[in-house]
Design a protein around this ligand. Structure first.
Ligand SMILES: [Zn+2]
Length: 153
């Protein structure tokens, strides 16, 4: 999934839980749960293409704006929400060496361990997956609004 959807989901977990010991591992776990869902991406070999970098930058800007909104709104447990948003995005930082290799024109290395697991669970990554991303974005935004404005817990 795109980083903004991971961040929204992590923030919801942080706000709904309010407990760092529950929310932090759940936020990290949510990353892998969301990656199983069909989602947007380009093929791995296209990491060196300018569009890939532009989408990464746009995604980063969305995440920064979202963190800024949480800081501005300051709902209960907003610092935990920001930490959980970051933790929910963080597993994708393991792709940085792969991105750097592709950008420098080096051949990709074979995935092992957690990187292989992270790669293999993402069975559907295509541009059309953007439809799922948009649906998730709006559903998560609604859920975030509900968690902030209505206290069920
Ligand atoms: Zn991922």
């Amino acid at each position: 999934m795109r980083a903004i959807n991971h961040a929204l989901t992590g923030a919801i977990i942080g706000l709904a839980s309010g407990n760092v010991w529950v929310a932090a591992p759940a936020a990290v776990a949510s990353h892998f749960a969301l990656d199983v869902i069909p989602h947007h991406n380009f093929k791995g070999e296209s990491m060196h293409r300018p569009i890939f970098f532009k989408v990464l930058v746009l995604d980063f800007i969305f995440c920064m704006v979202f963190a800024g909104l949480l800081f501005y709104w300051r709902p209960n447990d907003w610092p935990l929400a920001i930490v959980c948003a970051f933790l929910a995005v963080a597993p994708d930082f393991m792709w940085f060496p792969k991105y750097k290799r592709a950008k420098n024109g080096h051949h990709p290395v074979e995935h092992t361990g957690i990187i292989r697991f992270h790669h293999d669970i993402q069975w559907f990554q295509r541009p059309i997956g953007g439809v799922v991303e948009i649906a998730w974005f709006f559903a998560a935004s609604f859920m975030l609004y509900a968690v902030i404005h209505y206290s069920w817990f």
